[in-house]
Design a protein around this ligand. Structure first.
Ligand SMILES: [Fe+2]
Length: 248
């Protein structure tokens, strides 16, 4: 038999537990409410890509908006939309990243031309989306699955055979975490899978600035170059083969 005191203590304990559960439940419902449907989320991405190309947004404004939108993604719905479970059945490459397309044509309310490029990158443990930058491109990653070591650098100066770069981000990225690049901020990215497998969602918008004449293709770079004053690094330009040999 429990004493009256123990009985009361248990009752209070249960009441506290119940109220905590109730709070968590209410919060979770609220959080779910705050996330747009995946169709609305994609429509917002289409709209802001159009605004970037139409020069209604600068690349830095776009980057901020993209990050705000990326933070609101319903990750489970995004994984379902790109059919991540099917992609996971494919064999991953021994070097570098696999690159998979996905279909948005069945998403309600999207135009035929969404105005951005899109893909899923996938790596096995220890393999990388190798270090590279872009010109005339804004792009953003969302980790769908796995753990990644993500590094970014500002591309400060472009020389004949190297870039002068500045490290800006160097940390672990897990599911739902994101990063973006533009010509003016965090231009170079490098993501290495640190879990058995890793999957990343990517959208990119190219050719938004008519004054930039460089192509939007990848600018492969060696970020582990000579250290310069002021935290800068002399990062040699590389070919894709050289970059994959060292970092893939
Ligand atoms: Fe890239």
């Amino acid at each position: 038999m429990q004493s009256r005191r123990e009985f009361h203590a248990n009752l209070i304990g249960s009441a506290v537990a119940f109220s905590l559960l109730e709070t968590l439940w209410a919060r979770d419902l609220f959080a779910a409410d705050a996330k747009p449907t995946i169709a609305k989320w994609m429509a917002d991405l289409v709209a802001m890509s159009k605004d970037l190309k139409g020069q209604k947004l600068t690349d830095l404004q776009f980057q901020t908006k993209m990050e705000e939108l990326y933070k609101k993604v319903n990750l489970a719905d995004l994984c379902a939309l790109v059919k991540l479970d099917e992609l996971e059945k494919r064999k991953l490459p021994d070097n570098g990243a696999a690159n998979y397309g996905f279909d948005l044509s069945k998403v309600d309310g999207l135009p035929a031309d969404v105005g951005f490029g899109k893909q899923i990158f996938a790596c096995k443990k220890g393999r990388s989306i190798v270090p590279h930058g872009h010109a005339n491109m804004c792009t953003g990653f969302i980790v769908l699955k796995g753990q990644w070591h993500g590094r970014h650098y500002d591309r400060v100066e472009t020389k004949a055979d190297h870039y002068v770069i500045k490290p800006t981000i160097d940390r672990t990225f897990g599911p739902g975490e994101l990063s973006t690049i533009s010509d003016h901020k965090d231009n170079i990215h490098w993501f290495e899978a640190t879990s058995e497998t890793g999957y990343i969602f990517n959208v990119h918008v190219i050719g938004y600035d008519k004054t930039i004449k460089e192509s939007s293709g990848r600018l492969y770079v060696d970020p582990q170059g000579e250290k310069l004053a002021g935290g800068l690094v002399k990062a040699a330009k590389m070919t894709s083969a050289e970059c994959h040999k060292k970092y893939g």
